[in-house]
Design a protein around this ligand. Structure first.
Ligand SMILES: *[C@@H]1O[C@H](CO)[C@@H](O)[C@H](O)[C@H]1NC(C)=O
Ligand SMILES: *[C@@H]1O[C@H](CO)[C@@H](O)[C@H](O)[C@H]1NC(C)=O
Ligand SMILES: *[C@@H]1O[C@H](CO)[C@@H](O)[C@H](O)[C@H]1NC(C)=O
Length: 493
């Protein structure tokens, strides 16, 4: 070995399924990966089985891992977010040299990645926090990768990352996202959008089932058909497969075999990235209403026992659908498509604000391309978003792009029909409804917040601006004849 120099192109710590699959993906692309796992027996087991006949190099300590890496060293973690990441960084740092790169590929919360980038920069080390999406399959054959962190790291990891990532046509679904926590922020919003997309599909399904009384197989046919058009996406595709799956071992069975989906308890769980997205939207004052409703819908679903009790006490409308079934299916499709456009528009509004808040140079079209393939929200639609930002990088809002403006306009009638029928039938579709309410609010030059400002001034002397005076000039009115001339603003003095 002496004189040959180290052979490892990149080190990887954490040999759970995601880590193992990324290693084998890197091996396929021709890289030598040095692997380490705290439970060291796991390293040997991996080398004997999955990584047999590969370029993978085992390491039985962090020290050995570092000694086996070419300079600048690149070490990637796929470990549980939170303390384990800080623990491994602490163990790793003594074995690294200035200019070496630490990559966190877990689902870390972006403020941690901002902090780690800054702390490691002080030690001359380059930190990268990267989103990895696409599940186990994606990790093995091509994930969507969303790296951000210290920009000097990018030239050293670009080739590896872009060669193992998913591709959209010839283009890699991986590009530099931005500084410090930007990669994990974009991954977080990806997951939030995923919550929204899933909720929208569930609401469309609920309308087909509960308004039209369609069977799961009939619904599956509708989703298959939608998957041929503008809604073409991974989530629509798997939805059709799920709806066809029968409650038998192999998922097959005659027409009378019950669907597995009907046997699954309607109590949704969550891990928290949707909640983080909503928290960030509240912190930044961006109305990301659709993802919020998707998170709340999961919460309401999990109140199963209370819902069952309430269902025995609270009545709803007993409407019967008398319209044209085919036309209503098309209305639901339009509602789904328009609501989805609103959700992505809101996600991009959040990016715009976050970019300002954290001084990130976000590449909006590039983000759409990273999501185009490999990840859970992958869809044809993301190509259209990418095109909208290519045409106009300064685009103020996705809804204002010529393409999406036309698409939403084309869906308007169906969207409103689906929402009104749902209201009359008492079928809950919170995401469709909030999307429409947002759209109507966003396109309104005036909203009733004038009255709201008056109320605030009436009870709390919070002051208001006037339409016939300059912006920034505040007024207070003695509404009742008993008020003082002290405004609440005076407290700030
Ligand atoms: C190491 O291997 C164990 C056992 O497979 C696994 O549970 C753990 O997540 C792995 N990762 C680390 C960092 O130890
Ligand atoms: C490792 O990659 C090489 C090609 O670079 C391939 O021939 C080999 O089969 C891979 N090993 C495994 C275990 O997949
Ligand atoms: C508010 O109006 C009442 C009745 O007109 C008046 O007596 C009072 O002085 C006013 N207060 C101020 C601060 O102008």
């Amino acid at each position: 070995m002496a004189g040959d120099g180290p052979k490892g192109d990149i080190g990887l710590i954490g040999l759970a399924v995601m880590g193992q699959n990324l290693v084998m993906n890197m091996n396929d692309s021709g890289y030598s990966v040095v692997v380490y796992n705290r439970t060291v027996a796991k390293v040997d087991a991996f080398l004997e089985k999955e990584a047999k006949d590969s370029r993978v190099i085992p390491a039985h300590s962090i020290e050995e891992l570092c000694a086996n890496l070419k300079s600048p060293r690149r070490v990637m973690f796929l470990v549980k977010a939170g303390k384990p990441v800080d623990d491994f960084i602490e163990q790793l740092v003594p074995h690294l040299e200035k200019g070496d790169i630490i990559i966190d590929g877990g689902n870390s919360h972006y403020p941690d990645s901002i902090r780690r980038t800054k702390e490691l920069e002080k030690k001359g080390l380059l930190f990268v926090g990267t989103g990895v999406s696409g599940g186990e399959e994606g990790a093995r054959y091509g994930p969507s990768l969303m790296p951000g962190g210290h920009p000097d790291a990018w030239p050293h990891i670009k080739e590896i990352f872009q060669s193992i990532s998913a591709k959209s046509g010839d283009e890699p679904c991986c590009d530099w996202v931005g500084e410090n926590g930007a990669g994990h922020y974009v991954k977080m919003v990806h997951n939030g959008i995923e919550y929204g997309d899933m909720q929208l599909i569930c609401e469309a399904y609920s309308l087909l089932r509960n308004v039209l009384g369609m069977s799961n197989d009939e619904c599956a046919d509708v989703f298959d058909e939608w998957n041929q058009g503008a809604l073409d996406s991974y989530l629509i595709e798997i939805t059709a497969n799920i709806l066809r799956y029968k409650d038998t071992e192999d998922g097959k069975g005659g027409p009378d075999t019950p669907s597995l989906v009907d046997k699954i308890v309607d109590r949704a769980q969550q891990k928290g990235t949707g909640k983080w997205t909503v928290g960030s939207s509240l912190d930044m004052g961006v109305p990301v209403t659709l993802i919020s409703e998707a998170v709340f819908a999961r919460m309401l679903s999990s109140m199963k026992e209370e819902r069952v009790r309430a269902s025995q006490k609270l009545d709803g409308p007993s409407a019967e659908f008398k319209g044209d079934k085919k036309a209503f299916i098309e209305a639901v499709r339009q509602a789904l498509y328009a609501s989805k456009i609103v959700s992505y528009a809101q996600g991009y509004m959040l990016f715009r604000e976050a970019a300002k808040e954290y001084s990130w140079n976000l590449n909006y079209g590039g983000i759409a391309l990273m999501w185009r393939g490999g990840c859970i929200i992958r869809s044809a639609f993301l190509g259209d978003i990418r095109d909208a930002f290519s045409e106009d990088p300064e685009l103020e809002n996705l809804l204002l792009s010529p393409f999406f403006k036309k698409e939403v306009a084309g869906c308007g009638d169906g969207w409103r029909e689906a929402v009104s029928v749902a209201a009359r039938h008492g079928v809950p579709i919170p995401a469709f409804m909030t999307a429409l309410a947002f759209f109507d609010g966003y396109r309104s030059a005036t909203v009733p917040a004038n009255l709201l400002q008056a109320q605030r001034d009436y009870f709390g002397a919070h002051t208001y601006e006037r339409t016939d005076k300059d912006k920034g000039e505040y007024f207070h009115t003695n509404w009742t004849g008993t008020g003082g001339d002290i405004t609440s603003n005076a407290y700030a003095a």
